[in-house]
Design a protein around this ligand. Structure first.
Ligand code: SAH
Length: 359
């Protein structure tokens, strides 16, 4: 693993093996995660020999932005980062009244196969290490020159399909010797991998869980999300109820509105019936059109009336502001554009792509 992925105890172990002392392991953690240093030579309170050995055994560097797009509408910035093996991932920086938020990717590609999503089109390449997820937050913070107060794991990939590295990311982000970000300022979005939701509930974290619903009946959800064939809605909602009971954190249900597909009166009735009586929150997202798909956004009027209908049923609803619409908003689109360009250049397709078997 890369050096940024390790917990302090593990760094202490690494430093010990290099003949160092425990406090130097803690210093190393602070250099990496509090000061976010990308060069061992800056770690001036560590012995020179140790710095050189670290450099040899655990090469360190910032993620390098290959492309940055800035929204003329709201200042949202989208970054395309190259990882050390050449894989590319996207991160998005958004400025809200309550602080600056970075949306990070958890995998290069994705194997979940949701019909409306650009990230999944080439399948999964690999999960990111915690260091690569943290690296996105640090690199974006550095680029914008402002503190990052919120992190949402809603970029490319399925975070619960990269569970161990996700946990490391959350724990290191909130570590008091690191950024010390409140877990209440973190959100993890999942398509609904039920056993992992139970695992997450047992971790005693304070993060918000966002569940991608997009359909309020099994039939409708299965049309859009292959994972729904594996876990019926009843099981998904039960798992979310359990998460709420264990953590006291209200679930956010994400519902992307697609014209004529899941935005009718009957759909809203089904959605209300499914969630009624629950202490939860629905986030309606006008679907972001993806070039390769013909899904269209629900009309503005329909979006507004969907919200009203759900509210009449006593459900707490917000409409997601469309940040950075003018800059290839939907996750995965910037990466795909670059891949296409590369494919054209090398005249070869993607390599090592993986697809989930339930497709
Ligand atoms: N794999 C995770 C997180 C990634 S995407 C998940 O499924 O939740 C974050 C959210 O954006 C999910 O709710 C996802 O379904 C949604 N999404 C993906 N593509 C979209 C698009 N083109 N328009 C609107 N929402 C989209």
């Amino acid at each position: 693993m890369d050096i940024r992925s390790f917990y302090p105890e593990e760094l202490i172990q690494i430093v010990r093996e290099m003949g160092g002392r425990d406090f130097q392991g803690r210093q190393l953690f602070r250099w990496l995660h509090q000061k976010q240093t990308a060069d061992y030579q800056d770690m001036t309170d560590l012995p020179k020999t140790m710095r050189s050995q670290l450099e040899r055994e655990y090469p360190l560097g910032d993620l390098s932005p290959v492309d940055v797009q800035v929204s003329a509408m709201d200042g949202t910035r989208k970054f395309l980062f190259a990882l050390s093996d050449g894989q590319m991932v996207e991160s998005v920086w958004m400025r809200y009244r309550h602080g600056d938020s970075v949306c990070i990717s958890s995998q290069a590609g994705c194997r979940m196969g949701c019909a409306f999503c650009a990230s999944t089109m080439g399948g999964l390449v690999r999960g990111l290490t915690a260091g690569e997820m943290l690296g996105q937050v640090y690199a974006v913070g550095k680029a914008v020159g402002r503190p990052v107060s919120h992190v949402v794991v809603m970029g490319s990939g399925e975070p619960l399909d990269n569970y161990e590295q996700l946990l490391r990311t959350i724990r290191i982000l909130s570590h008091e010797q690191g950024m010390h970000m409140s877990q209440r300022n973190m959100t993890v979005s999942t398509c609904g991998i039920v056993p992992r939701i139970y695992d997450l509930a047992a971790e005693k974290l304070q993060i918000t869980l966002a569940l991608s619903l997009h359909g309020a009946t099994d039939a409708k959800r299965q049309e859009l999300m292959p994972i729904a064939r594996k876990y019926p809605l009843r099981e998904v909602i039960e798992a979310c109820d359990h998460y709420f009971e264990k953590t006291g954190r209200r679930i956010t249900y994400e519902y992307s509105l697609i014209k004529g597909v899941n935005d009718t009166d009957a759909d809203m009735k089904d959605l209300a019936r499914l969630l009624r009586g629950r202490n939860c929150h629905v986030n309606l997202i006008p679907v972001n059109p993806v070039k390769e798909r013909d899904f269209r956004q629900s009309d503005k009027k329909v979006v507004a009336s969907s919200k009203n209908k759900l509210e009449k049923y006593g459900i707490n609803v917000t409409i997601r502001r469309e940040m950075g619409r003018d800059i290839d908003g939907a996750c995965g689109q910037l990466r795909r554009r670059h891949q296409e360009r590369q494919c054209e250049e090398t005249a070869s397709g993607g390599k090592g792509m993986e697809r989930e078997k339930w497709r």
